[in-house]
Ligand binder design. Structure first.
Ligand code: MSP
Length: 509
């Protein structure tokens, strides 16, 4: 039985176009999914759109459209972006899909029947942009939401509550005391800001607008957009539906590695309310929630409401999907906020993709072509010990990092090997060996390079998906099946004649 991996992104609000911040989460998920595929896992990758709630209702009204008409183009544009960015998702869920709506109603009924939901009245300040009732800590001195910087609405209405207060101990002693939420420092943040001060029951229906899923028991209530949204992670797999094969396989099975990704502003929902909902339903918890920081643009969060966004489609059109995937994977490690500007992007592209990786591949291709007519006979090769050891070490470090979802560190490992290869060329000076006709030595040097560059290219496969085939061809491995096992043992890998030299990542000025 292959090991199983289920990875999810948040489902995004179609209240505007997606920006680099959304592309960030989705690309991280995609890189990890592709890595797990390379490791032989059976994987399922879910993304989608979060289509109900007051914000969408208002946006549609502004556009003089019905919500569903308003959503159509927006959701199409999500799919267009994911295609352009080479996102290999397994399923795209829309919370307006009827199977989802029906299942959310069933989930509500189930929680009501189990006694976890009761009816009452709520009064509090609501941030429409975040779709969240805020506590005092989340409000600034001008009575605005600290995150979205928008005005709050005083809401006073009848509502159903989820008894989250019952789960204080569960949160403190189990969920937030475990390895579930990463990075680890986020556990204390959640404990101190939201759990220890008192877990208040969560309002899970709204009555003052109608764009949501009405509950069967009391249809003037629509399900609170977060209960609707969080459950997407299981409704998409067939939970409480006739065909629940994927649910059994990718959720119910304790052996499945479940990874959920979320930006820091919504870690609260994913690390507190979602585990409580799952626990109330009697379901297992995800293996990990990877919370990540924000992409900043000139030191503030890039966001639609702040109007400082960069359009990922523009970046892809200018530099290609791989360039954006690389920047996201390497330059924006998840444990802190990161910057995204054109200048930083170009600097990184030139330093790493053009100079290190691209140039290394093309200069090596050029030398093997010139000195060996593009083909090195696989006999009596003596590989350089140091560089060979570095190659093996790189594979191991890369696996260790990727297994901990540390994509940026894993890419650094590859770039280090690239630097070592470039240095090796400077030191061995193959052009002099050729001039002096030291052909055996020259062959060993070129074969050592070819081997280590092959390792680099293989390890870059989940990241540089658009250029992978070209890189493989350039290094002479067209049609050769590569696996972790094979590259580690350098076993049964027989090079072909190299493809013609191509410039893979052309320097940008
Ligand atoms: N619909 C909810 C999520 C429901 S999941 C059950 C939502 N949607 S959103 O459209 O606002 O997207 C939020 C997600 O987008 C964040 O968790 C994060 O993944 C990503 N980001 C949006 N802006 C971002 C940055 N500036 N930087 C990094 N990620 C950001 O919240």
């Amino acid at each position: 039985m292959p090991k199983k991996f289920y990875v999810t992104t948040p489902i995004y609000y179609p209240s505007g176009n997606l920006h680099i911040g959304h592309a960030y989460t989705t690309t991280l998920a995609d890189i990890l999914k592709r890595y797990k595929d390379m490791q032989g896992y059976e994987s399922f990758f879910l993304t989608g759109s979060d289509e109900h709630g007051q914000k969408i209702e208002e946006k549609a009204r502004e556009a003089r459209l019905t919500p569903i008409d308003y959503l159509e183009d927006k959701v199409e544009s999500f799919k267009t972006l994911w295609k352009a960015l080479k996102i290999d998702y397994t399923k795209f869920i829309r919370t307006t899909d009827s199977y989802h709506e029906e299942t959310v109603k069933k989930i509500f009924t189930l929680l009501l029947d189990k006694g976890f939901i009761y009816k009452g009245n709520y009064e509090g300040l609501y941030c429409i942009s975040c779709e969240e009732f805020l506590n005092a800590d989340q409000i600034d001195e001008n009575n605005m939401c600290k995150i979205s910087n928008t005005k709050l609405e005083l809401v006073k209405e009848e509502t159903y509550f989820l008894k989250t207060s019952l789960f204080q101990e569960f949160m403190e002693n189990e969920v937030l005391a475990s390895e579930f939420l990463i990075p680890a420092y986020r556990r204390n943040e959640m404990l101190n800001s939201f759990v220890k001060p008192e877990l208040k029951d969560l309002s899970v229906t709204r009555t003052s607008f109608s764009w949501g899923i009405p509950i069967n028991e009391d249809p003037k209530h629509v399900v609170y957009v977060w209960l609707d949204a969080l459950t997407n992670y299981i409704t998409a797999l067939g939970y409480l539906q006739n065909d629940d094969l994927n649910f059994q396989k990718f959720w119910a099975d304790e052996n499945t590695e479940i990874l959920q990704l979320a930006g820091k502003e919504i870690i609260r929902f994913h690390s507190i309310y979602w585990p409580i909902i799952l626990k109330s339903l009697g379901l297992r918890q995800p293996t990990h929630l990877l919370g990540h920081g924000w992409i900043l643009s000139k030191d503030t969060k890039m966001s639609k409401s702040l109007g400082n966004v960069i359009d990922p489609i523009d970046m892809i059109n200018k530099y290609g999907a791989d360039a954006l995937r690389f920047y996201i994977g390497y330059e924006l490690p998840t444990e802190k906020d990161g910057n995204f500007t054109d200048d930083l992007f170009i600097e990184s592209f030139n330093a790493h993709l053009a100079n290190n990786v691209g140039n290394l591949i093309s200069r090596t291709n050029q030398m093997i072509t010139k000195y060996f007519d593009g083909f090195i006979e696989n006999d009596n090769i003596v590989y350089d010990d140091n560089l060979t050891a570095k190659g093996i070490e790189t594979i191991n470090l890369y696996i260790q990092n990727m297994d901990q979802y540390k994509i940026s560190d894993a890419i650094r490992n590859i770039l280090d090997l690239g630097n070592a290869c470039n240095k090796y060329i400077e030191e061995t000076m193959p052009w002099n060996l050729a001039k002096e006709e030291k052909l055996d030595e020259l062959k060993n040097v070129m074969a050592t390079l070819q081997r280590n560059i092959s390792i680099m290219v293989f390890l870059l496969k989940p990241i540089l998906v658009e250029n992978y085939a070209d890189m493989i061809e350039q290094i002479g491995l067209n049609g050769v099946e590569l696996t972790f096992d094979k590259i580690n043992n350098w076993d049964k890998i027989i090079f072909k004649k190299l493809g013609d030299k191509k410039i893979i990542f052309k320097r940008v000025n």
